[in-house]
Each structure stands twice: as C-alpha cells, then as structure tokens.
Write a protein that binds this ligand. Structure first.
Ligand SMILES: Cc1ncc(C[n+]2csc(CCOP(=O)(O)OP(=O)(O)O)c2C)c(N)n1
Length: 322
C-alpha cells in the first residue's frame, strides 16, 4: 500500500501516455487489429494496484493495458507484446487483450467479457488453500454484470470466502449500449444478493479508489470474504480504435465534454507541485520513447514456431486418421 501521491501520479500519467503512444502505433500499422484504449479510466487501475502487494494477483479485461502497467509490468515488454514481437511479455503471442505477467501477479487481460473474475477466484482460492495470505483484484466493465460466469464467481467467492475484490469499472456503456438500457436493478445490488459488501467510488480520483481498496484489502487479508467496488468513470476515447475510422454516434457531445472534464491525470497532478509534475512527465516520456524504440527494434516471432506454447505438455502430432 502506498500513500505516495507522486507514485500514483506517475502511474496514471504512464498509462495515459502509453495509450496515446499505442494509438499512434495502431495508426502506423505496427499494432495489428487495434486496441481498446483505457484513456480516462487510469485512476481505477492505479488506485487499486497501489493498495495491493507485489505478490497479490489481478486479472483484467479487453481494456486491460492499465491493469497490467499499474501492477508493475515493464512498459517496453508490454508495448512489444502489443506489437506482436518476440520480446513481448508473452513472446508476442498474447497481444493487447491477452497480455499477462505472472512475475508481477498479472494473470492476464481477458477478451471474454466476465471471464476474468472466475479465473481470479480460482487462482486466489488455490493460493489461499496453500496457506499464502495473498488477495486478488479483478476488473470488469458494467457490460459484465449480467454475465453468468461473473455471477457464478461472485457466488463461489462469497460461499468460500475467497478474498477477491471485484472492481466494476462503470463507464456507462458496453460498447454502444448505455447501462440504463441493459442493467436491471443496481450493480451493488448484485453484490448484496451474495452477501458481499459493496462500495461506490469516484473512479476519476485515484486516491479515493486507493483508499477504498486499501480498506477492503485490510478486511480481506485477515479472512474477510470478497467485496465489490463500483468505480464511476468515463471512457475518454473510442470503445475500440476501429471507431477512429467508423464514427459511431452514441454519446452526446455534451456528455463527452462533461466526462472528459474530470480527468484522473489532472486530478492527481493538481495535488503535486508543478516542478514535481514536470519531472514525472519527463521521466514517463523517456520511458515510453525507450519502450517504442525497444518494441520496434524487436523481431516478430518465427512462424515455424506458431504451435509452440499452446499446451503445457507441448503439442504432439495426431496419430492415425486419414
Ligand atoms: C462474453 C462476451 N460477449 C461479448 C463480447 C463482445 N464485447 C467485447 S467488449 C464488449 C463490451 C464490454 O463492455 P463493458 O464490460 O462495459 O466494458 P467496456 O468496454 O465499457 O470497458 C463486448 C460486448 C465479448 N468479448 N465477450
């Protein structure tokens, strides 16, 4: 747990600029297939991960770069992963939506809406059974709250008192679908149905997110069951970079302007003296310049090895058939 406001600012700023550089690389054709930018939501990943220990576990979403970076992954290897290079966190085979770094407790971003909570619940349960006092945090969007898999994870985590913090990043939309058109009842009400405490926080304020997470983690670490945090936020950019090409008209411009006016990077930055902020900004720019250079200088994987690393036991040719 860090109370360090500079570290929190560094994290939100790093995620912000990482995403902006990644969008440039999408446009340049270096990141194939596009990305789901985390712009505007940085305060949630930064705040949650600041309240976790290095050996605690996280799982994330399709909008997952911020979670991986905030938990401590190397930005250069993360960017190389997005570019599909051998030096990437996962040898360039996972890409944007499947980046993982077990060394810092990141079990993976996840393209399947609602799946990451089940994976984390199982992983934390297994580690606690071994006697480790770790906890976990899993991120999901408002679009996941009606997915059976996530609700099943709520149930087992609550029943078995698995210390998982379920973090809902409520940015108001699942792709183009507003929450009001898709979610009956409330998100906190889903937690209540399983006997889980739920806290609503301002996801644009990294310190508020961190403090709510720290309080939950303290309870969970000593045997408390799972909890839910619903962080209200706003996605500043597209659902996916395809929207930069195909404009979709689903958010009123006044709403977008209002949402963008509450910027987690500006909110955390305003807590620091200008000189400190400038120094962090310069450090982040240098880190990312080096990361881009590293990623682009790295080779792509050899296509001959495409079937490697698919199964823990290796891949053996099928016998027989015809
Ligand atoms: C099980 C499943 N259903 C549908 C999709 C397609 N899909 C990808 S992202 C997305 C919207 C998710 O919205 P939300 O969970 O609110 O997260 P956000 O994109 O707003 O961060 C959908 C429906 C998917 N990836 N997985």
């Amino acid at each position: 747990m860090t109370h360090d406001p500079v570290r929190l600012y560094r994290t939100v700023r790093l995620i912000r600029r990482f995403e902006e550089r990644a969008i440039e690389l999408v446009r340049a054709g270096e990141i194939v297939g596009g990305i789901h930018p985390y712009l505007g939501q940085e305060g949630i990943a930064a705040g949650v991960c600041a309240a976790l220990r290095d050996d605690d576990l996280v799982t994330g979403t399709h909008r997952g770069h911020g979670h991986v970076l905030a938990k401590g992954a190397d930005p250069a290897r993360m960017l190389a992963e997005l570019c599909g290079r051998v030096t990437g966190l996962n040898r360039g085979r996972g890409g944007s939506m499947h980046a993982a770094d077990f060394g810092v407790g990141v079990l993976g971003a996840n393209a399947i809406v609602g799946a990451a909570g089940a994976i984390l619940t199982g992983a934390v349960w297994a580690r606690r059974r071994r006697g480790d006092d770790i906890v976990g945090a899993t991120f999901f969007g408002d679009g996941a709250v009606n997915e059976g898999m996530l609700l099943e994870a709520f149930n087992l985590a609550a029943l078995w008192r698995v210390p998982v913090l379920f973090v809902c990043e409520n940015n108001g939309y699942a792709t183009t679908m507003p929450v009001a058109g898709a979610v009956a009842g409330t998100i906190g009400g889903r937690a209540a149905a399983f006997g889980m405490p739920a806290t609503v926080v301002d996801g644009q304020d990294p310190e508020e997110v961190r403090d709510a997470t720290a309080a939950a983690v303290t309870r969970m670490r000593v045997g408390g069951g799972p909890e839910l945090v619903e962080a209200h936020t706003y996605r500043f950019d597209a659902h996916h970079t395809f929207e930069h090409v195909v404009r979709l008209d689903y958010r009123p411009p006044a709403e977008v302007a209002r949402g963008r006016a509450r910027d987690p990077v500006a909110i955390q930055g305003a807590r620091l003296p200008r000189s400190v902020r400038d120094a962090v900004d310069a450090e982040v720019e240098a880190t990312l310049a080096a990361a881009v250079e590293y990623a682009l200088a790295s080779p792509a994987p050899d296509p001959a090895g495409a079937l490697e690393h698919l199964y823990a036991s290796g891949l053996t040719a099928r016998t027989g058939g015809g």
